[in-house]
Design a protein around this ligand. Structure first.
Ligand code: IFM
Length: 451
């Protein structure tokens, strides 16, 4: 049996806009995703999070569901615009009350909350002030974080600042396929700077005003990059892709600087005049853990086509099996990622804050969902976690993405990541076979390897 350390944490994860619904209830303000979903052509079938999984009303049942699966910790995010409908200023007690009720329910069921402050749903009124392009956002974010530390810190000990700032800045400000939908690479660079600065400021505020004995960290999506062929050109392409996707975020947070090779490349079109003295010190304020979201790998060669053609990099598929997202399945990439973090950034405690897969699930006549492809994906990645632990990585826990099927951003409801199926007509939840298997893993703190 593959056995995990005694104190390993078994979790699952969601985010506010993807599951809550109730977007106009109890004083919640508009978020950038409410607005983005209304722009024609941005989200499949004009879908949106208006109802989503109706978790806002069904949260108590959802907590019972988490409990019934034996899950020990639940990672969720707070919708900033429920707490501060205008982004700043006057808090909304009804919005706060929802999270208090959710957290109480979790604690009553002995499920540890891991609260993420920002999982992409910025209050629209802050976007109207420039969003993450505006340096003031770093103070607004810190005020919002501090308010929650004070209101919820007695009950919540594990806190995350941002989820995947690369997605927020690159997809939101450069590719334009996530909210707010801008298309300008330089805006991505500026937005990413302010996101990481806001992380550092919120981490500093946590030390002063956060719960004693609490933990704070940031979640980065890491996609390990490999050369297509074993030659210098491909290795260089892989290094640039790594600098663009991974090191641009890891380095400021864990080393206190941007990677010089990327600064040299970007300096051809960017002056970085928005970087102020002392920023790197703030960005690299000590944190207690690093959250890693891992899904897939990237394989690279020199080229001028595609998204990063302007940097001389082309990412290609290598023929490995893919999930319904068209992401290649490669568990070794997770081992490499975790070992690399330890080698390059030190022995910081790590949680896998997301890992999982979308597949085209079939519901059998008797109502069961035999999602063997997802189960196998999870098993292989848990094996990768164990390999990394055996190699000395300080991996503390694993949060399966996702508790239930939900709004998968620009893909709407077409991509199902849940271990629990959501019937979008009735909103009924049905654990898939992967969830029943995950329950046995948690009970045994391990599993018999089949893959
Ligand atoms: O659904 C997303 C989540 O919001 C952030 N990480 C990746 C998941 C799957 O795409």
């Amino acid at each position: 049996m593959i056995q995990f350390p005694k104190d390993f944490i078994w979790g699952t994860a969601t985010s506010s806009y993807q599951i809550e619904g109730a977007v106009k209830e109890d004083g919640r303000g508009e978020s950038i995703w409410d607005r983005f979903c209304r722009i024609p052509g941005k989200v499949r079938n004009k879908e949106n999070g208006d109802i989503a999984c109706n978790h806002y009303h069904l949260y108590d049942d959802d907590v019972k569901l988490i409990k019934s699966l034996g899950v020990q910790s639940y990672r969720f995010s707070v919708a900033w615009s429920r707490i501060f409908p205008e982004g700043t200023g006057k808090p909304n007690p009804k919005g706060l009350d929802f999270y208090k009720r959710l957290i109480n329910s979790l604690l009553e069921n002995e499920i540890e909350p891991l609260l993420t402050l920002y999982h992409w749903d910025l209050p629209q009124l802050l976007q109207d002030k420039g969003g993450w392009m505006n340096r003031d956002m770093t103070d607004y974010f810190t005020d919002y974080a501090t308010y929650l530390y004070q209101e919820l810190g007695n009950q919540v000990k594990k806190w995350g600042t941002h989820n995947e700032p690369w997605v927020v800045s690159y997809k939101g400000y450069s590719l334009g396929n996530a909210a707010p939908g801008y298309v300008d690479f330089r805006s991505h660079l500026k937005a990413s700077h302010h996101l990481l600065l806001s992380h550092g400021k919120a981490a500093q505020a946590f030390r002063e005003l956060g719960p004693k004995g609490g933990e704070i960290g940031i979640t980065l999506n890491i996609e390990p990059t490999y050369p297509l062929e074993d030659n210098e050109e491909c290795k260089k392409a892989a290094a640039i892709k790594d600098g663009f996707s991974n090191r641009w975020f890891l380095d400021p947070v864990l080393k206190g600087s941007y990677p010089q090779d990327m600064v040299d490349i970007y300096s051809k079109f960017e002056t970085f005049d928005y970087i102020k003295d002392g920023d790197f010190e703030v960005m690299s304020s000590p944190t207690d853990f690093l959250g890693v979201n891992y899904y897939s790998i990237s394989t690279n060669k020199p080229g001028t086509q595609g998204e990063l053609g302007f940097l001389g990099v082309e990412s290609v598929k290598t023929g490995k099996p893919v999930t319904f997202m068209d992401w290649e399945v490669e568990p070794q990439g997770l081992v490499d990622t975790l070992q690399r973090i330890k080698a390059d950034y030190g022995d910081i405690p790590v949680y896998i804050t997301e890992n999982g897969a979308a597949y085209e699930d079939q519901v059998d006549e008797d109502g069961t969902i035999n999602d063997e492809d997802r189960r196998a994906y999870i098993e292989m990645h848990l094996k990768a976690c164990k390999d990394a632990i055996d190699a000395g990585v300080n991996l503390k826990g694993y949060y399966l993405w996702s508790l239930m099927d939900n709004f998968e951003w620009r893909y709407g409801y077409s991509k199902r990541f849940g271990m629990v199926r959501v019937d979008y007509d009735t909103l009924k939840r049905t654990p898939k076979n992967s969830a029943l298997w995950y329950k046995t893993v948690i009970e045994a703190n391990g599993f018999n390897q089949t893959k």
